[in-house]
Design a protein around this ligand. Sequence first.
Ligand SMILES: [Zn+2]
Ligand SMILES: [Zn+2]
Length: 239
Amino acid sequence: MQETLSKLSDIEILCSFISLSSMRYALTSGVFFMVFYIVFKTQLTHLKIQSKYPLNKDLKREIKYSIFTLLVFSLSMLIPLNHYVRPFTFIYTYVSDFGIFYFLFSCLALVILHDAYFYFTHRLLHHKWFKRFHVIHHQSTNPTPLTALSFHPIEALIQVLFFIIIPFIMPVHIFAIGFLGLFLFIHNAYGHSGFEFSFLKNAKIYNNSINHNLHHKHYHGNYGLYFTFWDNLLKTRCN
Ligand SMILES: [Zn+2]
Ligand SMILES: [Zn+2]
């Protein structure tokens, strides 16, 4: 993959990222939306967290801003991956360079570090200086899987900054970054789904869909992404 990347021009890398991230959005948010809001809408309606369904104008706005986000994400990944900058990063070529255990450790470390990064930048986005950007995401008070990437472009840039910085801090294989991206898309589609299964309702460590739905409904509390750790520690949990 790394060798394939080094043979591609920057414009080819950009096009690959646009295709890959659009495909991920379609296969995560798109599939969640199809299942919960179209194909099995009647059968699953009892699992809906807020009884109302979104209006078409909300869905159109979410798709429009998600397209901007996909562009910002793809363009930003050119920063660490372009031919001039990549040699200065710790992105490595073969899993065997650091071994399989380091690869697995790095995947786990990325999830934990990203969770902390998200919590604190999310708190920042609620500050009066930044909330004019975050308000786009919060226009969806009753989120759907399509809300997952509905961000103002400045917020999208703040979100993707983690993926830009991390290759300059620790050795990462491109698949570990890819794993984090996929994990984020799946979690975000679930967290914004607007539905919850009863067996996940009492999740203590992992943030379930209800927790993030409450954040959209009330605007405050539950700032965490994957885990409840930071909200519990800093007493920002709301139920
Ligand atoms: Zn928020
Ligand atoms: Zn959200």
